[in-house]
Design a protein around this ligand. Structure first.
Ligand code: UDP
Length: 236
């Protein structure tokens, strides 16, 4: 079985790691993700991962927390490192080699982000987890995912979420919402569909990096996506 993609960047939201919890992460979800990731590594796919931090901390709600936005954003970036370490532990437990690279230096637990080194790791079959987002406040981990994907020449960014694709309207609110199998970047803009935040989305569009939005919580879905099966929505 030859995968459709040789090198991918998997973007996982922090919230997805929570499972049914209201904070933090669910070890069952991490174990399932690790298993799915292992299966595609065994197929020969080179995998890099960016994980969000929304399950632990989001910097944006200054009004609620009383914490200045930039300060809170750094806290959010640290949250992504905790998630990255959890994912790393989950992967290594089942025999997948990993490296965690952080955009904010913390030498005792992660390598610093070095582009050429990250590429070397994935070429050797190691899963590289990029922590601390872009290292800058006022950005999101979706932007970090798009940026890193472009930097390491990933062929596609796989946005693993709790929904199975992009719909004409919010499927949780509108029963008549229909799912797109494929959609263009331009159509997303025209229809005002929020696939990622604008910074992340624009980076992908300008660099012709396709995005696949799919349900990561369904075991086996990641494998279906890399095989090129019709899963989720492809934005190109
Ligand atoms: N963040 C940031 N710069 C980045 C990436 C993340 O400041 O490059 C902060 C920001 O506060 C964000 C938080 O980290 O709210 C967690 O990331 P995000 O909200 O993207 O996580 P997700 O929604 O995917 O769980």
């Amino acid at each position: 079985m030859v995968p459709k993609y040789k090198r991918i960047l998997l973007k996982l939201s922090g919230e997805a790691l929570m499972g049914d919890k209201s904070f933090g992460f669910d070890t069952g979800v991490i174990a399932q993700y690790a298993k799915d990731i292992k299966s595609i590594v065994e197929l020969g796919v080179q995998v890099a991962i960016v994980i969000g931090g929304g399950n632990i901390y989001r910097g944006m709600n200054e009004a609620e927390t009383g914490i200045e936005r930039a300060h809170g954003d750094y806290m959010g970036m640290l949250a992504t490192v905790i998630n990255g370490m959890a994912m790393q532990a989950g992967l290594e437990k089942i025999g997948v080699y990993t490296r965690l690279q952080s955009a904010i230096k913390m030498e005792q637990i992660a390598e610093p982000y070095i582009r050429r080194r990250a590429i070397r790791h994935v070429e050797k079959g190691r899963v590289v987890i990029f922590g601390a987002g872009t290292g800058n406040p006022y950005f999101t981990t979706d932007t970090a995912g798009s940026l890193r994907a472009i930097e390491i020449n990933a062929e596609v960014i796989l946005k693993g979420t709790r929904v199975d694709g992009i719909y004409t309207a919010d499927p949780e609110k509108d029963a008549s919402a229909e799912k797109f199998d494929t959609i263009t970047f331009q159509e997303c803009i025209t229809r005002n569909l929020k696939v990622m935040d604008m910074t992340a989305f624009t980076l992908c569009m300008e660099n012709q990096l396709p995005i696949i939005v799919f349900d990561m919580n369904k075991p086996g879905n990641l494998m279906r996506v890399v095989r090129g099966e019709k899963v989720g929505t492809l934005v190109k």
